[in-house]
Design a protein around this ligand. Sequence first.
Ligand code: PMP
Length: 361
Amino acid sequence: MTERIYNFSAGPAVLPLPVLEQVQRDFVTLPGVGMSIVEISHRSQTFEEIIQGAETDMRKLAGIPDNYQVLFLQGGASLQFSMVPMNLLPAGGKADYIVTGSWSKKAVKEAQRIGAVSVAASTEGENFKRVPTQAELRLDPEAAYVHMTTNETIHGVEYKYDPDTGDVPLVADSSSDIFSVPMNVAKYAMIYAGAQKNLAPAGVTLVIMRDDMLARSPASLHTMLNYNTHAKENSLYNTPPVFSIYVMRLVLAWLLEQGGLEAVGKHNEEKAGLLYDAIDASQFYRPHAAPDSRSLMNVTFRLPSEELEKQFVTEATKAGLDGLKGHRSVGGIRASVYNAFPRAGVEALVAFMSEFERTHG
Ligand code: PMP
């Protein structure tokens, strides 16, 4: 086997090595089953244990209350941009959206096709370098829900607080920071996340949703687009992404083994801290995010010129540090350091940055 490099990709992203090794070991013949995970029926006892095991571990890990559904869906977080308003925004109703980057803008675009959307706050005028404070939110007490993006993957800005929306249900896109720090699930009516950053390979989308939200879906909705279908059938209405759910099940067990979200969160704070400290100590590297909104998952920064940024990425790749190019829409450098990203890789990047500055600064 060739040696693994450090993968700073924003997603699909690095998965825990022990999980990959177990997948490899058990891939051709799942122990006791005699078939591969990608060959078994989604209605088999084996898969039922896998999906139930994933849900049980997830409930334990994140402290998900009993009155919340856990759904394993498809279509990515992008389909949730549509399903959320289709199910939760009644005819004639309105929804509040907090806009903190490209992903929340995409969510707004889909919601506008369904009904009235009001932007409760936007930091676009500041190039999305921070999230708004609670005091800045212009919330409508009549809104059907408030939508937020807990971590903007492209800009690298993340909330450090759970917004208070009073009695209005709060819906969060947590695709890029789910299970990265301890969570207060009860603050949210719904949390969704594409799996391909912190949870699993691409293909499965997680929805954690309070029971009472299910009553809002209009009966006229297409079956597959109605949350009730998936809640009633335990995410087995149609064929689910069996392999992705299997890997997610292993990742969740791994997170529990690490000591749960307290321990994982502390580890993530330390990893991101090493990078932000290096950026702050330098005149050469400039952070994108304001200190109070800095993402623990996606660390974004600029160099003095685009030319140098290009060179930085090329030389980093040669040094075994892959995936550091910022998103095409904003440029710069982005180091994604999800749960499974090893501290040694962060240390290697910090050392590389220091050497690059010495030779090019
Ligand atoms: N929301 C956020 C915050 C994301 O980072 C992404 C993917 N990068 C999406 C939504 C879209 O996810 P998907 O590709 O699973 O549709």
